[in-house]
Ligand binder design. Structure first.
Ligand code: ADP
Ligand code: MG
Length: 699
């Protein structure tokens, strides 16, 4: 069947010289279907068809002309000239710079041709610079039209791509349709193929605009394809065999249960949102199918305790729990926290580190395998084969956006004795994500939100200032230090180069050392060994240093209540969500905290506005929404962050209102068909989502 050819990798393409094929593959993707969604970003309007007499300056126009004479360039820098006339009997010059002598042959006297270009006019003559030339035999409708302009790469032009894509279009069945009548009617959507046709051969420039129904229609298809992947994968998890914990309701907790012991040992009461989320988790844990739940809560919202409470249910049922963090610093912090809070309740905890003494490691592994350690903390090293757990029923993943989707899925492949059952998975993220984005990026999970913060926090005072103030700021740090408080100094994020990140940080470190003392300032950067980082971080935490200069490695989760001041250089280079994360490192205790966002003197208005949002709000969810509005979704989730979704046509901001509809349609279709219908699979393949679907399902 011709339609399946769509999903094949092409080995040649009409219009594309074979040696350029690999470039096209890199640019557009390697299957015919990929070509379909390489959408033009703009059009060249060649529709104005006129005569030399009527041609207007400064406008792109198409004409039919005849060559009267040519003139060779006077020197290497002057142009080759072609004189033409037409039925209006006026003349025009065509100028070609930097062309070889061969060009003369292309313009014999009396030659008729079409041309299209931008007209320039001075007192002497009408001119066109490097116009497009077409043979007189060409069909004028094929020339005087809107010409799509594609995203390009070196040596590839839009004409080539247009030809190649036209071929791919012939492989799309005329009747291909994936959306039900009521959706098509509701949004006034054209058919699938005509939408594609219009985007690649626009009949009006508006067709390529963000709100055009042609683009929206395909965006809907794409969102629908992706939501079907997520919903199906969610449904599959729901039928797997889980642990079906016995879990007392909150009101039924007897004073001897681990959970109630934990709660009553705390010097504070849980917040309403913490209790709400714990209840949601408990419900999942009781189910005979595994949990896959994402807990979103701003920095400092108290997610760790929620995780600990969940772990109590696993332990109470005689199982183990494990908690994974993206870095060893964080894993260690959780472990120390657990030692403080959980060991007094008689719970045995362990920490798996990258580098451990052989004997120490052997003992830990043995204790995990025989179950004498009940909770283990670590990085993704926990998923390695050598780590055998007796019977873990709960996996908590902290700061989840650092883990890729694949890792997330592999978590269930923990080496367990009771391998016939899938453990419950609780994912925690401190990155507030706008709801629509969340449905797209993490739509295969159930969602819990902790919005309320523990009481008694003093708001962080945020100030925005230009970098001409840097030395004033540096000189004023002793006022903070005199109070016995500590400072984070975050150095600029330099795109694409860890090396320059490091240079900036090192330089600032040296300046601060010369201003204060070597004993007061520490440097932390990504190039350090995990052990060194751990050491610096824990020494800072213990108050050995007053100032910690760092690249962005302190971004996630590290808790130093005594640190009250944060300086962020080149704040304009960070995403709002990231700034919010960074700022969340201060304001962790009861002391008044300050955050100084330092920007380059000349920043754009947008950049200023973005920083102002930081000044005005501490609500991570609001900041995330604004970030999305101002920068677009790719940047909100950050291209370096995994787990985010790259789309071909859909724009998660502009198509926000379609996401819910696409999700509901996916749910409906999967229910009615008891799974993915062939039509939906076809659509997933079209958008390159089928591999993801298979991957998610085999997880
Ligand atoms: P995060 O959500 O960023 O992981 P943590 O769990 O690390 O936040 O909690 C931040 C701090 O708030 C910790 O010191 C923790 O002990 C404290 N905390 C957590 N819950 C409460 C609460 N209900 N009341 C007061 N303090 C709390
Ligand atoms: Mg945390």
């Amino acid at each position: 069947m011709t339609d399946y050819k769509l999903f094949e990798e092409y080995d040649r393409l009409p219009g594309v010289p074979p040696k350029l094929l690999s470039r096209v593959k890199k640019l557009c993707g390697s299957t015919y279907a990929d070509l379909l969604f390489h959408i033009p970003h703009s059009v060249i309007d060649r529709r104005a068809f006129t005569t030399i007499e009527n041609a207007e300056a400064g406008k792109l126009q198409t004409l039919k002309v005849v060559v009267t004479s040519v003139k060779n360039p006077a020197n290497a820098r002057s142009p080759f000239k072609v004189y033409v006339t037409d039925e209006s009997a006026e003349t025009m010059e065509l100028l070609f710079f930097n062309v070889g002598n061969w060009i003369k042959k292309s313009f014999p006297e009396g030659k008729q041709m079409y041309l299209s270009g931008m007209l320039e006019e001075d007192f002497a003559s009408k001119k066109m610079l490097h116009p497009e030339i077409y043979p007189a035999s060409a069909n004028v409708d094929e020339i005087a039209k809107l010409e799509p302009v594609y995203p390009l790469t070196k040596a590839i032009n839009s004409k080539m791509l247009s030809k190649a894509i036209d071929f791919a279009l012939t492989l799309v069945p005329e009747k291909a349709e994936f959306l039900p009548e009521e959706i098509l009617n509701k949004y006034n959507f054209p058919s699938f193929k005509s939408a594609l046709q219009e985007l690649h051969h626009p009949t009006a420039p508006e067709s390529l605009e963000i709100n055009s129904v042609f683009r929206k229609r395909l965006a809907f298809d794409e969102l629908y394809a992706w939501q079907s992947v997520l919903i199906e994968s969610r449904n599959r998890t729901k039928i797997e065999k889980g642990f079906a914990h016995q879990v007392p309701r909150h009101s039924e907790l007897d004073s001897e249960s681990l959970e109630s012991k934990l709660i009553s040992s705390l010097p504070f009461a849980l917040t309403g949102d913490q209790n709400k989320v714990i209840a949601e988790i408990k419900q999942d844990l009781q189910s005979e199918h595994p949990m896959l739940r994402l807990v979103q809560g701003d920095v400092g919202a108290g997610k760790t305790l929620v995780a600990f409470a969940a772990m109590m249910q696993a332990l109470e049922n005689g199982y183990q729990a494990c908690m994974m963090a993206p870095t060893e610093i964080l894993a260690t912090q959780h472990y120390l926290n657990a030692q403080n809070i959980l060991e007094p309740l008689g719970i045995k905890t362990g920490l798996l580190k990258g580098k451990m003494k052989v004997k120490e490691k052997r003992e830990l592994l043995a204790a995990l395998a025989d179950g004498s350690i009940q909770i283990v903390f670590g990085t993704h090293a926990l998923i390695q084969d050598t780590v055998k757990l007796k019977s873990a029923s709960l996996v908590v993943i902290d700061e989840q956006h650092r883990f890729g989707v694949k890792q997330r899925l592999k978590l269930t492949s923990l080496n367990l004795e009771n391998a016939d059952r899938t453990p419950d998975v609780l994912v925690m993220t401190a990155t507030p994500i706008p709801r629509t984005l969340c449905l797209t990026a993490y739509g295969d999970m159930d969602l819990s939100i902790i919005r309320e913060k523990p009481p008694g926090r003093t708001p962080i005072k945020t100030t925005v200032m230009p970098d001409s103030k840097i030395s004033d700021i540096a000189n004023a740090l002793n006022r903070v230090m005199d109070k016995g408080e500590q400072i984070y100094w975050v150095c600029p994020l330099v795109e694409e180069s860890e090396k320059s990140d490091l240079m900036a940080a090192t330089q600032r470190y040296e300046e601060l050392v010369s201003l204060y003392s070597e004993n007061d300032v520490a440097l932390l950067h990504g190039k350090m060994k995990p052990k060194e980082k751990d050491q610096v971080m824990s020494e800072f935490k213990d108050g050995k240093y007053k100032i910690l200069v760092s690249t962005t490695v302190i971004e996630v989760g590290v808790d130093v209540p005594n640190a009250t001041t944060m300086v962020i250089e080149h704040a304009e280079r960070f995403g709002l969500a990231q700034l919010h994360q960074l700022r969340g490192r201060v304001g962790r205790g009861s002391l008044q905290s300050n955050c100084l966002l330092v920007h380059t003197n000349k920043v754009s208005k947008i950049a200023r506005d973005r920083l102002d949002i930081m000044r005005q709000s501490e609500d991570g969810f609001l900041i995330a929404e604004k970030d999305l509005e101002l920068r677009g979704p790719g940047e909100t989730l950050g291209t370096h962050q995994s787990g985010h979704v790259i789309t071909k046509v859909a724009d998660l901001q502009a198509d926000k209102e379609l996401i819910n509809e696409a999700r509901n349609l996916a749910i409906k279709s999967i229910n009615e068909n008891k799974g993915l219908s062939p039509r939906v699979v076809f659509l997933q393949k079209l958008f390159g989502r089928y591999e993801a679907a298979k991957l998610l399902q085999s997880g």
